[in-house]
Write a protein that binds this ligand. Structure first.
Ligand code: ATP
Ligand code: MG
Length: 719
């Protein structure tokens, strides 16, 4: 007990020993929220004698879950199954794996990522003879996302037998979407939205399933609670409804997924949802130097929609935050790389102590080029992920074929290497499969001796797959993959192809599975491995390498690094162009929170960099307003930023800024007299917050009119 509480302050200790009831911890970045959460987990196991399988601990990314599992294992010993330290999606997969058969889906359903979704769309476009491009796919995927915002569509997908006919579906998009759902069902594939929705439907329709999970997960903890969406909130609310144990930690200032449905109100209004909530605040920052912390505090104070909560630290003073202004992009990148070299030499730091953060993936390119030419190892987290690479997806498709022989994996590899099973023959297979209600693989098996497949590699392909299927229970996953790549000729094909990088990646994949089997020592079977892999959103493979870490700010959430560079601190990048164009205070505030997340990742040194030149769209580049809105003496400027440019930048900022007068924050009150350029004078008789309008009764009109609160030409008259 002592041990668990030793390295915690009083408030953290309070959080750790408060194991029962609804508890909320609100605190700024680096205040030890995640640490309190991990220690609380360990206390429940070690001191209350509760098995880890009875504790659900939700975090936001796979990387964070991985890290938390590692920390918890240190505290409770390595033997126990900590599988319920996971993401929302990871949890849903576990629920569905046990009970999805009730919705007439098999337990080895597959998980579709965006690439898989596009493959399905591509097939539909082919079937319908439509022209395709990436933009249309994206638009359709967005539409599908909207359809899946609620659970109605699930009924249709879990109906036994045929789905409703395509013709009924109206316009072209509607038809495509119908076909898409149908295909999804045929391959028993669930995308990320489906995972949550299916769980909701399952819980709604089968009370006993919900109760089982309520009983099983007697303690529930959520990290980064401020980024929970309505659905995610509903899920933990449901699960904790009986036992009433829910522990939520978060920082409303770090809400960065509002654009994707996150809503900090679940954190802020927690006690409205759960009366008797105990709230704990943490004030002490343990992560950063006072210099870094002051800059973070000063920055976030510019947000209007927030609860003020300044952080303090007793960490020793360090060096000033640096703002580097480069003459161009290359100059900026070169400076960053040189400073990295200096840090490594002068501070005896490792490359892995250094992180480079950016607002959008494309910003990494120039930095990458300089790192390459300086011969510095680096790893990109997120972005183009390891598991997204072609050869890795191919390799995994072989494993999926072995496990489930699903249509997607089949289509992916049946003709790689070439087996003369091209478009026409695939078309034939698809038609037969549809008519006979078979999978594509089953269809091929049935028709392998058919005339059409005479001079094809169908036989050898089937032989290889059958061989693998027969051995899948006796071989380890790594062995199975090795066999698969050899027996199907995939490896030979890649060798002939001569692309060393792809071969290295394949070796790396094998290596990673091998390591996983070795280090965790957990008996992992093929299905489990595949489900784990399909949930990867981060590149976790290079964690051990001594390399500089590159990632987006979103990916860096919850993490910390001794030395942090935030590059591309440019107007229209951070804040991004969408926030500026929308001219919405809220969008701009989300960008500021992002900047806050970025700067609060740094422990010892922080560098903010940007440069002159032009954006992709031709717009002249200016330093981000976030740099100007903190006092000059909070950072040291390196690089020449001339007065003229500063003036231009400020002018640009004024022009794109929603000034506080126009911001929704300073509305006129009910009862105020106002003047409208067309309707003349009148009185505000009501305010509709939801629609953001006043109801104004103009003296010359017979009924009140709704007028937007953002309408700039409405003036208030003096009393
Ligand atoms: P974020 O909001 O960024 O997720 P957080 O509040 O979760 O931050 P942690 O990551 O838990 O903060 O802690 C920040 C750092 O401070 C970690 O390195 C952690 O080990 C350290 N730390 C936390 N609490 C203490 C403490 N009481 N004494 C010493 N170090 C601590
Ligand atoms: Mg944290």
């Amino acid at each position: 007990m002592e041990e668990l509480l030793a390295e915690l302050n009083e408030s953290q200790q309070e959080a750790v020993v408060s194991t029962e009831g609804f508890i909320r911890v609100i605190a700024g970045a680096g205040s030890g929220k995640t640490r309190a959460l991990t220690h609380r987990y360990a206390l429940i196991v070690n001191e209350l004698g509760v098995d880890p399988s009875n504790i659900l601990s939700v975090t936001f990314t796979n990387k964070a879950a991985h890290e938390m599992r590692r920390r918890v294992k240190k505290l409770i010993g390595g033997e126990q199954d900590t599988g319920f330290i996971t993401t929302y999606h990871g949890f849903c997969v576990r629920v569905l794996r046990e009970d999805i058969h009730r919705l007439f889906y098999p337990k080895n359903f597959i998980i579709l990522d965006v690439e898989d979704q596009k493959i399905l769309l591509r097939e539909i476009f082919e079937d319908m003879d439509l022209k395709m491009n990436d933009k249309t796919f994206k638009r359709l995927l967005d539409k599908i996302g909207i359809l899946k915002a609620n659970t109605h569509y699930v009924q249709q997908m879990i109906l036994r037998g045929e789905m409703p006919s395509v013709e009924a579906a109206g316009d072209m998009d509607g038809q495509i979407i119908q076909r898409y759902l149908k295909k999804q069902k045929r391959v028993y594939g669930l995308d990320f939205d489906d995972l949550l929705n299916f769980v909701f439907v399952l819980f709604d329709q089968y009370q006993e399933v919900l109760e089982k999970w309520q009983d099983r997960l007697f303690y529930i903890q959520v990290d980064e609670f401020q980024d929970s969406s309505l659905k995610q909130f509903e899920l933990v609310k449901k699960l904790s409804a009986n036992h009433g144990n829910l522990f939520a930690v978060g920082d409303p200032d770090q809400t960065i997924y509002e654009w994707r449905g996150a809503d900090p109100k679940y954190m802020v209004d927690f006690e409205k949802y759960f009366p008797d909530t105990q709230t704990i605040f943490l004030k002490q920052n343990y992560r950063s130097t006072p210099e870094i912390l002051s800059l973070g505090n000063a920055l976030i104070q510019n947000n209007y929609f927030r609860v003020d909560k300044d952080m303090e630290t007793s960490n020793p003073s360090g060096v000033k935050v640096v703002h580097y202004h480069g003459k161009n992009e290359v100059d900026e990148a070169k400076w960053v790389v040189n400073r990295i070299k200096e840090i490594v030499e002068a501070r005896q730091a490792n490359y892995s102590d250094i992180a480079i953060l950016y607002r959008a993936n494309y910003l990494s390119r120039s930095i990458e080029q300089e790192l390459i030419s300086a011969n510095i190892e680096y790893t990109i987290f997120g972005g183009f992920k390891f598991f997204d690479r072609l050869e890795i997806k191919d390799a995994l498709a072989h494993l999926r074929m072995t496990a489930a022989a699903d249509d997607l994996s089949f289509s992916r590899i049946v003709n790689v290497p070439k087996r003369q099973i091209g478009k026409k023959r695939m078309q034939f297979l698809r038609e037969r499969a549809e008519a006979e209600n078979l999978s594509l693989y089953e269809t091929l098996k049935k028709y392998k001796d058919h005339e059409r497949f005479k001079s094809t590699g169908a036989h050898s392909f089937i032989e290889a797959i059958e061989y693998l299927k027969n051995r899948k229970d006796e071989l380890k996953v790594s062995e199975l993959l090795q066999e698969a790549l050899q027996k199907t000729g995939y490896e030979a094909y890649r060798r002939e192809d001569g692309d060393q990088e792809r071969l290295d990646n394949l070796t790396e994949l094998l290596h990673s599975i091998f390591q996983y089997e070795q280090t965790l020592g957990e008996d992992i079977n093929l299905e489990e491995y595949l489900q784990m892999i399909s949930l990867y959103t981060d590149n976790e493979r290079d964690d051990q390498l001594d390399s500089v870490k590159l990632m987006t700010i979103h990916t860096a959430k919850g993490l910390e690094f001794p030395y942090v560079f935030v590059v591309g601190m440019t107007e229209s990048v951070l804040p991004n162009v969408r926030a500026l164009r929308e001219r919405k205070e809220r969008a701009l505030e989300e960008e500021r929170r992002l900047a806050y997340v970025a700067v609060t990742r740094a422990e010892r040194e922080l560098y903010l960099t940007e440069s002159e030149g032009f954006q992709n769209g031709g717009q002249k580049k200016y330093p981000s307003r976030f740099i100007f809105e903190v006092e000059d003496d909070l950072y040291e400027r390196i690089g020449e930023l001339d007065e003229a440019l500063i003036e231009e930048a400020k002018e640009y900022i004024r022009a794109t800024h929603h000034s506080k007068e126009k911001a929704p924050a300073v509305f006129f009150e009910k009862g105020a007299r106002v003047k409208h350029p067309v309707f003349g004078e009148g009185e505000i008789v009501d305010i509709d917050e939801k629609k953001n309008t006043y109801r104004v009764f103009f003296d010359n009109l017979k009924a009140p009119r709704p007028i937007s609160r953002n309408f700039k030409k409405l003036e208030k008259l003096e009393e």
